[in-house]
Design a protein around this ligand. Structure first.
Ligand code: COS
Length: 383
């Protein structure tokens, strides 16, 4: 058993950490105020080679797998959650759909440009009446000769407005639904009939765009179909297994940031003649957060190891996401409490971390969905 990062992973962590300090932290307030992650920042991430961290080397990436992706996600999130989520929409669930479901020819066609950050990806599964239950989706794909015709609307799509190539899941056989009735397609931004609609105003992660996408008789060539006809649900779920894991790394990064600020504040501020942290009530909060972070980190990287060594990790990824998102909520809540009025003021970063954290219990599968995934697997396979 070896819990050390390899030399390569350590280098990537240092690179992502330096990038976060130099490029993200100084811009975080502006990103929050303008509700916008500058494309130039994403281009710089690509120049550093971080966009392709999880893409296999034979397709132009660094080949550091989910572990590498989690390392980068953790570091970027410490600087700004919105930047990390924008990165993840592309590098995690965007490019990952192609890695999970693409043919060899498709991987060669799209992954090198995705790894280079020239082709930004996004992932479109959710609909207004099909969030937790994607098998209820209404977007349709009908075959017409060598093309498919897509009609419908997707909602809550991260980076849907900036992506060059969106993985869209559509119902190709309504009788089969989740069991072979859904097919995945790679839809280019300039496809005729494809449009970007409303942008959500959100409680947190305001720099990351979340939009509606509409498909009005969008014609997609059959060679843009990802995987077999009817394989879409499995590709969507296989991609989400990875996305949920990367999200637990996001939670870990945000938690470490909130905790580090809390520790520093508790060491500096004095009340009743002693440091804040020396009051047992505050010390215990810091201890609980430290324990949560240790568990989050252990679960995240152990699950990444399972994934990278090609062992089953679907249940573990749901556990990591469930625990990390709920632990993060506890940690940011404690951070607000420790900072008192300062924690509630929009002038200081803790208030932003508190808002940024909340959606992690909702997107990429709610806590209730994670429990459902875990319970089904426990009942099927035992512990
Ligand atoms: N990997 C690969 N295949 C999977 C899978 C996974 N992780 N999970 C399920 N499947 C397969 C099943 O094996 C089944 O295959 P068969 O048709 O061969 O039987 C098929 O997919 C359907 O699975 P299931 O019957 O479990 O589907 P359900 O409709 O009951 O849905 C849940 C299962 C609830 C787990 C799924 O709908 C889900 O994850 N929902 C949340 C979606 C979500 O996270 N949305 C957030 C937006 S995306 S950012």
């Amino acid at each position: 058993m070896d819990f050390h990062f390899s030399e390569e992973l350590t280098m990537v962590r240092d690179l992502a950490r330096d990038f976060t300090d130099a490029e993200i932290r100084p811009r975080a307030q502006e990103i929050e105020r303008t509700h916008h992650v500058p494309r130039e920042l994403l281009d710089k991430l690509a120049e550093c080679g971080l966009m392709g961290v999880a893409v296999p080397e034979e397709y132009g990436g660094s080949g550091l797998g989910e572990t590498g992706l989690c390392v980068v996600m953790e570091e970027l999130t410490r600087g700004d959650f919105s930047v990390a989520v924008t990165f993840g929409a592309h590098a995690s669930i965007g490019a990952m759909s192609v890695i999970v479901g693409g043919t060899e020819e498709q991987k060669k066609r799209w992954l090198p440009e995705m790894a280079a950050g020239k082709l930004l990806g996004a992932y479109a599964l959710s609909e207004a009446d099909a969030g937790s239950d994607p098998g209820a989706m209404k977007t349709t794909a009908v075959r017409d000769g060598s093309e498919w015709v897509l009609n419908g609307e997707k909602v809550w799509i991260t980076s849907g407005d900036i992506a060059d190539l969106v993985t869209v899941y559509a119902m190709s056989d309504t009788a089969k639904r989740a069991h072979g009735g859904i097919t995945a397609f790679m839809v280019p931004r300039d496809a005729k009939g494809f449009s970007v609609g409303k942008r959500e105003e959100k409680m947190g992660q305001r720099g990351s765009s979340t939009v509606t996408l509409a498909f009005d008789n969008v014609r997609i060539p059959d060679d843009h179909r990802l995987g077999d006809v009817g394989a879409g649900f499995k590709i969507a779920m296989g991609t989400l297994d990875r996305g949920r894991l990367a999200l637990s790394a996001n939670c870990l990064g945000c938690a470490k940031e909130a905790h580090a600020l809390s520790v520093s504040y508790a060491n500096q501020r004095e009340t009743f003649g002693k440091k804040l942290g020396e009051h047992q009530g505050i010390g215990f909060m810091l201890a609980d957060s430290a324990a949560d972070i240790y568990a989050m980190e252990s679960m995240t990287y152990r699950t990444a190891w399972l994934c990278d060594t090609k062992q089953p990790f679907s249940r573990e990824s749901a556990i990591a996401k469930l625990f990390a998102s709920e632990a993060l909520d506890r940690i940011v809540d404690r951070a607000v409490q420790i900072h008192g009025g300062m924690g509630y003021s929009a002038e200081f970063v803790i208030e932003k971390l508190y808002r940024d954290a909340r959606v992690t219990r909702i997107y990429e599968g709610t806590s209730e969905i994670q429990r459902l995934v875990i319970a089904r697997d426990v009942l099927k396979r035992g512990f």
